[in-house]
Design a protein around this ligand. Structure first.
Ligand SMILES: C[S@@+](CC[C@H](N)C(=O)[O-])C[C@H]1O[C@@H](n2cnc3c(N)ncnc32)[C@H](O)[C@@H]1O
Length: 432
């Protein structure tokens, strides 16, 4: 037991960087507030399968719900809490990990966060889980300082649902009661209002602006929306981030692509992810490419009640899809000690010719070959490796997944544009 933190009871404390720590907090609060519903997680989820299916339908298919205060209605709120909260928590954690890997300097002691369309605080919990155990930077040497030293998160949560904001406070109380020293302290500033109000500039510039699954619920016909989001991203502190998460649906991914185009030429903003470059998006190039939309996938070790729910609704599965955009406000130079430079920069400095791509397909295996479709500064490109050219250094190419960041070195380009890896090629894959 040496090294474990102990509760007053002498039991080891649950690990706040693990997903189950957070799932327990979410579900315990649901059980506490709805004592008439089944007290067992799986039975609770089964009892809510119709609500979960109806919410999914209302948000993604028939779509009567966006624009309404659907979370103020208990069946929708319950469905959100038991399915969408944990699923979006897992998606958001992947984004915050990616954000920390791209940070050019450690985050400040007190982190100001503005979360627009915060719902029950999904992105706040994912951020705290990430900060409880920040990823080490690929550049880190033994004595490199951590990427995060955040002691306190000042959270400005904005939403038009009163019930959702109430749940932010309830979950925050439970997190505080857990008293885990690895979880930064949270100060809440919650405000209720419609999007035009919540998107107005706040009193101070945040370090982090978050829009989680909300752009697709805002009026698409309002041309001011993307301009406003862009202006808000540019109003973060120098070096600050904007994290935008959306469902992997064609209309919402396309809105993100439009926003990315607006940001690409903005003097104060840089697109950090999913794009590995600042060139025009190849999806906007021609009618054939426009049929596709940019999305990534992450694996999800689903807890039993989620699996039970999925069995009854057909929702979800072991891979979670998402669309996203991670932006950084320019104006901060890398700290030489932070050990936080981007992997691509590192490789470019030390070796000739590496190229950084985002995988837009998994590794496709055919007899004698591996192929991956990639997106990079030259647009879409196919990379291929013959099995007989497999080596220790290019082995990661066998198991690329959609959304992974792929660094290729010594991958000669054929006249057709195809990248043809061989035994001298090096492949580095950073899972999304
Ligand atoms: C799908 S939920 C996302 C909640 C949370 N960010 C997450 O990812 O789990 C969308 C949130 O945006 C809020 N919302 C939608 N339209 C809004 C509007 N016009 N003004 C303010 N909030 C809005 C909803 O109330 C809801 O909480």
């Amino acid at each position: 037991m040496t090294g474990d933190l102990l509760e007053d009871s002498g039991k080891p404390m649950a690990d706040p960087s693990s997903d189950p720590f957070w799932y327990r907090i979410f579900l315990d609060e649901v059980h506490a507030r709805f004592p008439d519903l089944p007290g067992d997680d799986v039975a609770l989820a089964r009892s809510l399968h119709r609500e979960a299916a109806a919410l999914s339908d209302g948000l993604t298919r028939a779509r009567p719900l966006p624009g309404t205060r659907y979370l103020d209605e208990t069946p929708h709120l319950l469905a959100y809490l038991i399915y969408y909260l944990p699923a979006n928590f897992v998606r958001s954690r992947a984004l915050f990990r990616s954000m920390l890997r791209h940070a050019r300097a450690p985050l400040p002691d007190v982190l100001e966060v503005l979360d627009i369309g915060c719902g029950p605080g999904t992105q706040l919990w994912a951020l705290l889980a990430t900060l409880a155990s920040p990823p080490t930077n690929p550049e880190a040497r033994t004595a490199a300082p951590p990427l995060s030293q955040v002691r306190e998160v000042v959270y400005h949560g904005r939403d038009h649902s009163v019930a959702a904001l109430r749940w932010v406070r309830r979950i925050a109380d439970r997190v505080a009661a857990s008293g885990h020293p690895a979880v930064p302290r949270v100060t809440l500033d919650l405000e209720n209002g419609p999007w035009r109000k919540v998107l107005e500039p706040g009193p101070g510039a945040p370090h982090l602006l978050v829009l989680g699954n909300v752009i697709n619920e805002l009026p698409g016909s309002d041309s001011r929306l993307l301009d406003t989001v862009c202006a808000q991203a540019a109003a973060t502190r120098p070096g600050g981030f904007t994290v935008i998460l959306e469902p992997a649906l064609k209309p919402s991914a396309q809105r993100i692509q439009e926003l990315r185009e607006a940001v690409r030429t903005h003097p104060d903003l840089e697109v950090v992810s999913p794009c590995t470059h600042q060139e025009p998006c190849p999806l906007l190039e021609n009618a054939i490419n426009r049929k596709h939309w940019c999305h990534q996938e992450i694996s999800w070790d689903r807890p039993p009640w989620i699996q039970a729910l999925e069995a009854r609704t057909g929702l979800g599965g072991p891979r979670l899809a998402l669309s996203h955009l991670l932006l950084q406000r320019k104006g901060i130079s890398p700290s030489p000690d932070a050990g936080s430079k981007r992997m691509a920069d590192r490789v470019v400095e030390t070796t000739a010719g590496p190229q950084v791509y985002r995988a837009v397909s998994p590794t496709l295996k055919a007899s004698g070959t591996f192929a991956v479709h990639l997106c990079g500064p030259e647009g879409f490109v196919e990379a291929m490796l013959l099995k007989r050219h497999l080596t220790e250094q290019n082995r990661p190419f066998r198991q690329v997944r959609r959304g992974d960041r792929v660094v290729l070195q010594d991958a000669p380009r054929r006249p057709s544009g195809q990248l043809r890896l061989d035994a001298s090629s090096c492949v580095d894959v950073e899972p999304f």
